[in-house]
Structures are given as structure tokens and as C-alpha cells.
Design a protein around this ligand. Structure first.
Ligand SMILES: C[S@@+](CC[C@H](N)C(=O)[O-])C[C@H]1O[C@@H](n2cnc3c(N)ncnc32)[C@H](O)[C@@H]1O
Length: 343
């Protein structure tokens, strides 16, 4: 190490080392419902601490940091208010509250074991919880619903609305969303496909959020919600569009090929498959794709892939990548078609 001290580099290193503290402060505030309580009128530290069942001195010091991080602000007259960022963390439809709780609890525990993951390749989640993330969600219905609401809220910040602007679904009659999660993507696509009906397939214990969301947004008559295992159950045949969003990233190559071949078998010659993922671009300095690549490794052993890797998976599965649709936030939609002569 150089003996010359570079204050800028030291500061950057310290910011990196302490970054998790910030996330845990936001998590603690959300867990104590501070954004909701402040918005409900508990704007002074003693009252706020009482309403949250928290220590007054601790709350005052937590808010001092969160004001500097832009979550709260000090209003004229001295009380606290929530900023636009703090509003995102209040309880309610589309809020990031569930995401914050998931990241601050389960995923924080998993990342606590990241050293082991990088040493052994084994997901930190399994080190921390003694079971896979999938089986954890199967065992805990509340966590499963929280996960789906978190994914739904994250989709608001990603590009799900842009997909329907960039890809024409207008002529579709049947859209199948495989491992469709919360239903957020399918509802977006069905709004852009007025003649189409939709089918969302996911594991039974993961479906309540999708059922409620699709009923509210497009109506139960337009969207069927089907419990099934995408690897072992039959997939609906001959749909115009199949969607696989944020699914391949959860699985190793062999499972991806198994799944893609099943989709290929279900497809008609005119069908297309739209794969939506954060695609790793080596010549790009975006942080989201490499961050989520590591996050998937830590949580479930998954990975984010390069375009070349997706092309290779497609080719092994009787599919070819016909079109790339760059979307905001480092997300790409890959439009795949059956390879001629393959079935
Ligand atoms: C990361 S989420 C993505 C959900 C949704 N496609 C989206 O983009 O919001 C992965 C989804 O895969 C589902 N899943 C995992 N294993 C599955 C299986 N064997 N069969 C069907 N769905 C599965 C999970 O329940 C979860 O909803």
C-alpha cells in the first residue's frame, strides 16, 4: 500500500465499508413504521417514539441520519416530514415497504454469509437459514406473499410499463406468463392486448397476490391463474406470447435448458417467447446487473447472464433470439422464436 494518503480514496473506501449501515437504518425505520407514523401526524421525536414503541433518544438519532439520507426532512417549526423517498416506504399499494423488510431481514442474513458463498459457491441464504430460499417461501405463507409484493413494487421501478410500449402485443389472443409471480407483468401486457386472454402459472403457495392483482386490474374473466410446476407440469400450448420474466436468472444452465425446451414444445410455429432479465454487458458501467448477479448467487445460486450466454441457452433449446429490446434500468427483453425444423 502507498504511504501517501489519498483522502478521496479513503472516503470512498469508508463509504463502501459502511454502506450496509445505511440500508439497515432505512430498514429499522420501516420496521418501526416511522414513515407511516410521521405521515399520520406523529412529527416530533417524543410522540413518534411513543407511537412506534421505540426509544426516544434512538429515534432522534436515527432520524438525524435519515434526514441526511433524504428519507425525512425537518419542516418549518421543527417537526419531521416524509420526503418523496420516505413516501415510497409507507405502507400501501405499490410501496417499497415489503421490499425493504425482505432485504433488511432475509436477504441481509443471507448477505451476512456472502464470504462463505464466494469461498464455496453455496448460497448464503442456505448457510443462514439451513434451507433453500424456495423451501423457506413454501414453509412461510407470509414471507411468500411479502416476496411477491416486493417483486411487484420492484417492477414499478424497473421497466414493466415500457415493455408494452416497445413490443406490440395488439394482435395477441393468448399470453402465458410462466412463473408470473405477482401478475404485474401480465396485467401490463393484457392492457396492451385488448383481444387477448392471459394465463399466469406459478407455484400454488405463491399465487394469492397474483389472483388479487389480476382480478383488480384486468378482471378474473380475462386472466386465469393456474397452480403448477413449470418443470414438471404441462404448459399451455399454442399461445401467441410466452413470458419468462426474472425466472432464468434463478436457475443454473441445465435447468434453464430444461425449461426452455418445455416452452419450445408448448409453442406453435408462430409463437414467441419474451425473456426479461438484467443482462450483463461487459462494456457497460451499470451497477444493477452485476449487483443482482451476486445477489442471486447469495440467495439461491442463480446468476445474471450476458447476451452471448442467453443465445447459447436458446440454441441448446431449439430457440433463437430474434430481437433485443433494451429497456430502462439495464433490463433487456429478448424475443425468441422457434428455430426452423426444431420441435
Ligand atoms: C423472481 S420471481 C419472478 C416473478 C415474475 N415473473 C416477475 O418478473 O415479477 C420467480 C418466480 O418463479 C416462481 N417459481 C419458482 N419455481 C417455480 C416452479 N418450479 N414452477 C413455477 N413457478 C416457479 C416463483 O414462485 C416466483 O414467482
Amino acid at each position: 500500500m502507498s504511504t501517501d494518503i489519498d483522502p478521496g480514496a479513503t472516503r470512498t473506501a469508508l463509504d463502501l465499508v459502511t454502506a450496509a449501515w445505511r440500508a439497515q437504518c432505512v430498514y429499522a425505520a420501516v420496521k418501526l413504521r416511522l414513515p407511516d407514523l410521521v405521515s399520520a401526524g406523529h412529527t416530533r421525536a417524543p410522540d413518534l417514539a411513543r407511537a412506534a414503541g421505540a426509544d426516544e433518544d434512538a429515534v432522534r438519532r436515527l432520524l438525524r441520519l435519515l434526514v441526511r439520507l433524504g428519507v425525512f426532512e425537518v419542516r418549518d417549526g421543527g417537526g419531521y416530514g416524509t420526503t418523496a423517498v420516505g413516501e415510497q416506504l409507507r405502507d400501501g399499494p405499490g410501496s417499497l415497504r415489503d421490499l425493504c423488510l425482505l432485504y433488511g431481514e432475509e436477504f441481509y442474513q443471507a448477505w451476512g454469509q456472502a464470504g462463505e458463498t464466494f469461498r464455496t459457491g453455496r448460497p448464503g441464504f442456505e448457510e443462514a437459514y439451513g434451507q433453500t430460499f424456495d423451501s423457506y417461501l413454501r414453509d412461510d405463507a407470509d414471507a411468500a406473499q411479502r416476496f411477491q409484493r416486493a417483486m411487484q413494487a420492484q417492477a414499478n421501478g424497473l421497466s414493466f410499463d415500457a415493455i408494452a410500449e416497445e413490443i406490440d402485443f395488439g394482435a395477441d389472443r393468448h399470453v402465458v406468463d410462466i412463473a408470473g409471480g405477482s401478475g404485474r407483468l401480465l396485467s401490463t401486457v393484457l392492457r396492451a392486448a385488448p383481444e387477448a386472454r392471459g394465463t399466469l402459472l406459478d407455484l400454488e403457495h405463491m399465487l394469492p397476490v397474483a389472483r388479487a392483482h389480476l382480478e383488480r386490474t384486468v378482471g378474473a374473466d380475462r386472466a386465469a391463474v393456474v397452480a403448477g410446476n413449470m418443470f414438471t407440469d404441462r404448459l399451455p400450448a399454442d399461445a401467441d406470447t410466452y413470458l419468462l420474466s426474472r425466472v432464468l436468472g434463478d436457475w443454473p444452465d441445465a435447468d434453464c435448458v430444461r425449461l426452455l425446451r418445455k416452452v419450445r414444445e408448448a409453442m406453435a410455429e408462430h409463437s414467441r417467447l419474451v425473456v426479461i432479465e438484467l443482462v450483463v454487458q461487459e462494456d457497460h458501467d451499470g451497477l444493477l446487473a452485476p449487483l443482482w448477479d451476486l445477489h442471486l448467487m447469495v440467495v439461491n445460486g442463480g446468476r445474471q447472464r450476458t447476451l452471448g450466454e442467453y443465445r447459447a441457452l436458446a440454441a441448446r433449446s431449439g430457440l433463437s433470439v430474434e430481437r433485443l429490446v433494451p429497456l430502462p434500468a439495464e433490463v433487456t427483453a429478448l424475443v425468441l422464436s422457434p428455430q426452423a425444423g426444431e420441435a
